[in-house]
Each structure stands twice: as structure tokens, then as C-alpha cells.
Design a protein around this ligand. Structure first.
Ligand code: SF4
Length: 293
């Protein structure tokens, strides 16, 4: 990936952005890699030299890197910071870097730092569950210790004191500890094996110039159609529904209400959050299907 510097950001920050803190070490796959869609990973590999990102768009990943450096420096008894574990499984080497492990005899408590938004914190983060349970599996398999708890230390980048005061379901502090459910050992092992196989098949397809496995709706962050009930003189919706019937029923209760349909979309593709939308035939096909409608 080429990192550009369109806004004259100081060189040390450029160097930090260019240094890969999330290197998978001498492994075939990292945990982060296997939980992401195979199509995205392969397109990133194929188009690595063409992908451009400006350093100014990497603010949160830069702060994430800085946090990892700071965490590594802080040595506290019975706590292991930034340890990368390796495991040979099904003919490949899998690695995972764990932010923090608190060791208590044969037990380990895992903590992972994440910068996130307040909105995102309230949604169920399936990828957090997958990633952290893979780490728990590595700890159990490599170290022979039992994982007692997994928690995310969420650093909420857009936290608002005002929102916290008026909304009871809003995070009450800019740092929140989030418990992650621990999966059964066998379920995690099955999940890891399936993900490795999916990535292996995608590699074979890429090597043979065949179509890559398609991203699923969940991979593409597909947001379904919504129906917003709007009120005259108000910019935000009174209420948003997943179906038109409920929206129409509410709109009929007040002459100032009307219903506006919001078309759904694959947010990861349209916003290029995968970074490879420009080279993705699946996304191009979808755009062309939309144009024909
Ligand atoms: S553009 Fe969409 S379908 Fe294509 S790789 Fe990215 S997320 Fe997947």
C-alpha cells in the first residue's frame, strides 16, 4: 500500500503510519486476516501496490499504533502486554497478537483495546467476538491455560458528556469495559478451521485466475431498506422503520407526517471501507444491476 501525505503531516507520523504494527510475524495468516472476508484479503494482496491511503485518513489507526507502543512500555506484575502467539493448525501457521493478558495461576483474563464510536459500542460487534475467541483459543492451545474472561477496553472517540446525561443507554464514561462471551472450545476450533479453509480456497482461486468467493451480505455490511416518518419543519426522522406498513400507520396519525423511503446499500462497498472496491467485480456487477433497474 502506498501511503500519501497530502496535508504535510510531520515525517515521524508518516513513519509511524508506514510501520506495520499489526504484522502477522512469520505466520501464514493472522487472526485478523482469517476473520475478514477472503475476497477482501485476496484483492488487497493482488492490488497492494496500487492501493493508496492518505496519512490524514489514518488518524485512528495511528492512535491505535501509539496506544500499543504505550501499552508495551507499561510493565505491571502478572500482566503481559502485546504478546504474539503462534499455532500450527491444518498445515498453516496462525498468529494472533493479544493486547493484554492478566495471569492468575492457570487462569488468563484477556483484554483488547479498541477505539470505537459510541454508536458502534451499542451494536453487537460480531467481529470482536470472533477475534477475541480466536485469541482465547490460542492462549488455551499454546499456553495450556484456561481463559476466564475476555473484555474489550473501549476508548470512545466521540463520547459526549451531554448525551451521557440525557440517555441512559449511552456509555456513561469515555472508557467502557465490555464483556465478550466465551465460546465453547470445540466451537472456536471449528470456526478457526472453517475460516482457514475459506481463505485457502480463495488463495487457490486467485492463483488460478478464477472468480474469488463472493462477499456475503454480512461481509458487505448490507443495510436494508428503511422507511422514515418525517415531520414538517423537522430535519431528523420522528421514527425509522424496517417496513413501510408501520411507517404508513404512524404517518396516518398526524397530517404533518410523511413517509420517506431510504434505499438500503452495501455500506462497506459503497464507502470503500474494504479499500478494494475499485477492483471488485462483485461490486461492479451490483452497480450495473442497479443501473439496469
Ligand atoms: S467491494 Fe464489497 S463485495 Fe467487493 S470486496 Fe469490498 S466488501 Fe467485498
Amino acid at each position: 500500500m502506498q501511503i500519501t501525505n497530502k496535508h504535510g503531516v510531520p515525517e515521524p507520523l508518516m513513519a509511524l503510519a508506514s510501520r506495520d504494527y499489526y504484522s502477522k510475524g512469520k505466520a501464514t495468516y493472522s487472526v485478523t486476516e482469517i476473520i475478514s472476508p477472503p475476497r477482501v484479503q485476496r484483492l488487497r494482496e493482488i492490488h497492494d501496490s496500487e492501493i493508496q491511503q492518505d496519512v490524514s485518513d489514518m488518524l485512528w489507526s495511528l492512535l491505535g499504533s501509539a496506544l500499543h507502543v504505550v501499552a508495551e512500555r507499561s510493565q505491571v506484575a502478572d500482566h503481559i502486554s502485546e504478546e504474539r502467539l503462534f499455532l500450527d493448525i491444518d498445515g498453516v501457521r496462525l498468529s494472533g497478537a493479544i493486547d493484554l493478558q492478566r495471569v492468575d495461576g492457570d487462569m488468563v483474563d484477556i483484554v483488547d483495546y479498541k477505539f470505537t464510536s459510541a454508536w458502534s459500542l451499542r451494536a453487537d460487534k460480531e467481529d470482536w467476538h470472533q477475534q477475541q475467541n480466536c485469541y482465547a483459543y490460542l492462549v488455551q492451545k499454546v499456553k495450556g491455560k484456561k481463559v476466564r474472561s475476555i473484555r474489550i477496553c473501549a476508548l470512545i472517540r466521540d463520547w459526549s458528556r451531554r448525551e451521557a446525561a440525557i440517555k441512559p443507554d449511552y456509555p456513561q464514561a469515555p472508557i467502557a469495559m465490555v464483556d465478550i462471551p466465551i465460546w465453547a472450545y470445540e466451537d472456536t476450533e471449528k470456526f478457526i478451521r472453517e475460516r482457514i479453509e475459506a481463505h485457502r480456497m480463495a488463495k487457490v482461486a486467485a492463483d488460478w485466475g478464477e472468480e474469488l468467493p463472493l462477499c456475503t451480505d454480512s461481509d458487505r455490511w448490507v443495510r436494508g431498506d428503511k422507511w422514515a416518518v418525517m415531520k414538517e419543519g423537522r430535519k431528523t426522522a420522528v421514527r425509522v422503520y424496517d417496513n413501510s406498513e408501520e411507517a404508513i400507520a404512524l404517518a396516518e396519525t398526524d397530517s404533518k407526517f410523511n413517509v420517506v423511503e431510504r434505499k438500503g446499500e452495501p455500506v462497506r462497498c459503497t464507502g470503500n471501507f474494504c479499500g478494494v472496491a475499485a477492483w471488485c467485480s462483485q461490486f461492479k456487477q451490483e452497480i450495473s444491476n442497479e443501473d439496469e433497474r
